[in-house]
Write a protein that binds this ligand. Structure first.
Ligand SMILES: [Fe+2]
Length: 224
């Protein structure tokens, strides 16, 4: 990638975006970089070089946050970042030497960054992240928020999957999610204080994100 791929979302929090296809659909992909006590926490890296963010801080940790978002984690570990994986990912990526796996109760990133490994959807085993100072929730494939700027084919397919328009969980998750587990895990997220939601695919929700996020889960939360 050429040029400066970074965009500052708020002080200490940056994103970089790139084109990304999934099953032939252009869905884009976003990574997030958090300045964290002089080091960098990298969430869901895309195909940029660690050198592109070196001016922001020294290598800290890189998180491959689910079983689908791991393609570009290797160069960050090679650059000196401590690699952390979603549950099950080390078995899938035996070529990558991870420092650790996010498991329930493990909080390896200090007080400002809280993580929750979600066991409700085995296709992704997603780890969601709360950045407390910026009141930001980082998710990967848990919800989509595609805009009208997305390609027509992507919008059409996602509409059929219940993932467009707006912030949504697709029918894929709705069918495959263990609902009792999801309710328990969403209950933990409900206790978190956040206003912004950054997802890997779609538009960042700058404010009101907590309400919007939980509206996307009404299908599982209704009646609880
Ligand atoms: Fe994804």
């Amino acid at each position: 990638m050429t040029g400066n791929p970074l965009r500052e979302v708020c002080p200490g929090l940056y994103v970089a975006e790139a084109k990304q296809r999934f099953y032939g659909l252009e869905v884009g992909a976003r990574m997030t970089i958090i300045q964290h006590h002089g080091t960098l926490f990298v969430h869901s890296p895309i195909a940029i070089s660690p050198a592109d963010v070196a001016h922001l801080g020294t290598p800290g940790q890189v998180l491959a946050p689910n079983l689908l978002h791991h393609l570009y984690v290797g160069p960050w570990i090679d650059a000196g970042y401590e690699g952390w994986a979603a549950p099950g990912l080390p078995e899938k990526r035996k070529d990558v030497h991870f420092h650790g796996v996010i498991t329930p109760g493990v909080q390896p990133f200090g007080e400002d960054i809280e993580v929750l490994p979600m066991a409700c959807f085995a296709m992704t085993n997603e780890v969601v992240v709360l950045h407390k100072p910026s009141r930001t929730l980082l998710v990967t494939d848990l919800v989509f928020n595609l805009s009208p700027k997305a390609p027509w084919m992507t919008r059409t397919a996602m509409r059929c999957l219940g993932g467009y328009p707006g912030c949504n969980v697709t029918l894929l998750e709705q069918v495959g999610m263990k609902r009792d587990v999801a309710r328990r895990e969403l209950g933990i997220i409900a206790e978190w204080d956040f206003d912004r939601v950054i997802m890997a695919h779609g538009e960042i929700i700058e404010t009101g994100g907590k309400e919007t996020f939980f509206q996307a889960f009404q299908w599982v939360l209704i009646g609880t």
